[in-house]
Every structure is written in structure tokens, then in C-alpha cells.
Design a protein around this ligand. Structure first.
Ligand SMILES: [Zn+2]
Length: 351
């Protein structure tokens, strides 16, 4: 299988030396992270390939939400398969709208207040009802900054998501103002007020099984809708777009993917990429994570420095995945400091 092939080649890659400074600020597991960490993860690296877009002032600041009807009473508002830029206003994550007898149910609120307002209006238009419940799958800014458009007491998330957003929400907002610019005007952090755990949530005539998991971040929520058999996976699953890893625990992520794969479902809605029937998203995310993890570890173990690891070629099968090189480079920058911390303990610290 192509996915199993070792990464032998040394590709010719453009090395962006601006990234090297930020690389040292990679988030270290188990420690709190600060503004510089967040900015380097979200801003510096996200901006670098898109500098020509910085003066895209002509872009109209109206999100054109184009809902896809997935089945009766469920719509997907697909995110762009891109990094966050001033051209797309940060609208890169999938958002779902479900109808229920009690009102609309929303899964993730998008990148900004402006997006959230457009989403609330769309949900009202599609369902003819106000919003009864909002679920937040994890604390990443492309999924949570539309919260302001909804009453905080209808917004539900696992406690870990709420805690994470409380800790770094302001820094995420600041980073988003840098990357998405004017689209973010007026956006503030709104914490979900309903903490949810594993179990069944009934919203009107919808029965939703909540599955708090981990791996993409320290707290990820997947949701299974019993009536449709649809599984909303959040960013535990990416399809045809390379996974992001700034807060990932790859081992736990693989366990969560196995959990999701064992749930019979009619359709899987990933956090990024098209909804699909065949389980391809779970397989592709699993293969990507294991391939990247192996490549970075082998590079580290063979003594390559971060710049050399970033320059390594990616396997052929990743060529059709959007942002493969971009996210690979970011993943090297996230994982290298962790490997250094784990394998090269400081001599001035007792073990
Ligand atoms: Zn995410």
C-alpha cells in the first residue's frame, strides 16, 4: 500500500526562513501556552504563503454561506479547503444545521461574529425556527468565534473545550484579527454555558449521542444523530485536506479514529472536507497521521534538524490532499520541540 511506504526521498522544498524563529515557540504538551505560541502557530505560519493577499481590501465582507442539503432537515455549510486568509475570512471549517421540533441545532459556529450572524439567519431561514442548541466540537478559532451570534446558554461543549477556550480564547482572537483582518471586527470570545459529557442529548425530536473524545485537541466532541445515522466528527476527521496539529496528541487521535470507525453510520461529516458515506475520511486521516508521525520521528532519530525534516518529500498519495505540504511543515514545527523535550532532557533538571 502506498500509505505504508517509508518516506525515503529528499524532496526539493521551499524553506521559508521566517518560520524558523516561530518554530521554537511550538506548543509543549502539558504546559500552558501563551500569546507568542498562539501567534506563531496561527499567524506567522498561516500568513507566510499568503502575503500577496494581505491587501485584498476589495473583498466584500459578507460571508456567502452555501448550504448543501444532506438529507431531510440536515444541511452542511462547507468550509473552504484552505488555510485562514483575509480572502476567505476564516470560513474554512464545516458547519452543520439540523432541524428539530424544538428549533435549529448547529454544530460549530465558524470563525467570527459576522459569520455567526449569517449562520443564525441561515438556520432560521432553513428551519423556520430559532436556534435551540449549538454544539462546539473543539476550541479552535475557525469553529468557535461565531458563538457571539447565539445565546451563551444554548451553546454546549465538553468542559475541556470550555476550559481551553477560556485559557487561550483571547490569544486565538488576536491571532485571527491578524490573519482574517476586518472579517473579525466586533468578534469576542463567548464561552459555552452548557457543559456536556458522554451520553444522549434530546433536543426536541432529535436524539443525539454525544461522544467526548481527544486527540485533535485535548477535548474533542463527536456527535451521532440517531434519526439520520449521521456522524459529525469535528476535526477528528479531515477529508482531502491535510489535518492540523497545533494541539494534537497523535496517539490519542488514532484511538479516537478507531472509536469513530467502530460506530456504524450512514454518513460522516468531517470538520474539513466533504461529507461522505464510505469511511474514507477516517482512513485518510489515520494514514496521514501515522505517515507524518513516522516521518518526523525517523527524521529526528537520524539526526536531521528541523529545516532538513521540513524539506523531506511527502509520499505520492498525499499529492491530492489540499495543504499537504503546508500542514506537514507546521506539524514538523509542532512535533520537533516535543521530541527534543522528550529525548533530550535538560541537564540542569532532575529527571
Ligand atoms: Zn481544529
Amino acid at each position: 500500500m502506498e500509505a505504508e511506504r517509508p518516506f525515503a526521498g529528499r524532496g526539493i522544498a521551499m524553506i521559508d526562513h521566517r518560520k524558523q524563529g516561530g518554530a521554537c515557540n511550538g506548543i509543549r504538551r502539558g504546559k500552558s501556552f501563551g500569546r507568542r505560541d498562539v501567534l506563531s502557530l496561527l499567524t506567522g505560519t498561516a500568513l507566510a504563503p499568503f502575503l500577496p493577499m494581505l491587501d485584498a481590501q476589495a473583498a466584500p465582507l459578507t460571508y456567502a454561506l452555501r448550504p448543501q442539503r444532506l438529507t431531510d432537515g440536515i444541511w452542511l455549510v462547507p468550509g473552504a479547503q484552505e488555510a485562514i486568509t483575509r480572502a476567505n475570512g476564516g470560513a474554512i471549517a464545516n458547519v452543520a444545521i439540523l432541524d428539530s421540533s424544538e428549533g435549529a441545532i448547529i454544530v460549530d459556529t465558524g470563525p467570527s461574529k459576522r459569520f455567526g450572524e449569517a449562520l443564525a439567519a441561515l438556520a432560521k431561514e432553513l428551519t423556520g425556527k430559532p436556534v435551540a442548541r449549538v454544539y462546539i466540537t473543539h476550541f479552535h478559532p475557525d469553529h468557535v468565534f461565531g458563538n457571539q451570534a447565539f445565546p451563551a446558554d444554548v451553546i454546549a461543549a465538553p468542559q475541556g473545550v470550555i476550559d481551553g477556550l477560556k485559557q487561550v480564547g483571547e490569544d486565538f482572537a488576536s491571532a485571527m484579527y491578524h490573519t482574517a483582518g476586518d472579517w473579525m471586527r466586533g468578534t469576542e470570545v463567548v464561552l459555552p454555558r452548557r457543559a456536556v459529557g458522554v451520553g444522549l442529548d434530546e433536543v426536541g425530536d432529535r436524539r443525539l449521542r454525544l461522544l467526548p473524545l481527544k486527540g485533535h485537541t485535548g477535548s474533542d466532541l463527536a456527535i451521532f444523530d440517531e434519526r439520520s445515522g449521521f456522524l459529525f466528527a469535528g476535526d477528528l476527521v479531515f477529508l482531502d485536506r491535510a489535518p492540523t496539529t497545533p494541539h494534537a496528541d497523535l496517539e490519542r487521535w488514532q484511538i479516537s479514529l478507531a472509536t469513530l470507525g467502530a460506530i456504524p453510520h450512514n454518513l460522516l461529516v468531517p470538520g474539513h472536507g466533504p461529507a461522505e458515506h464510505g469511511g474514507r475520511g477516517i482512513v485518510q486521516t489515520r494514514d496521514w497521521l501515522s505517515a507524518i508521525d513516522r516521518q518526523v520521528r525517523e527524521a529526528f532519530d537520524s539526526g536531521l534538524d528541523m529545516t532538513e525534516a521540513i524539506a523531506l518529500a511527502l509520499p505520492r498519495w498525499t499529492e491530492t490532499i489540499a495543504l499537504a505540504r503546508y500542514e506537514y511543515e507546521r506539524t514538523v514545527m509542532h512535533l520537533y520541540p516535543r521530541l527534543e523535550a522528550a529525548r533530550l532532557p535538560r541537564v540542569d533538571r532532575k529527571s
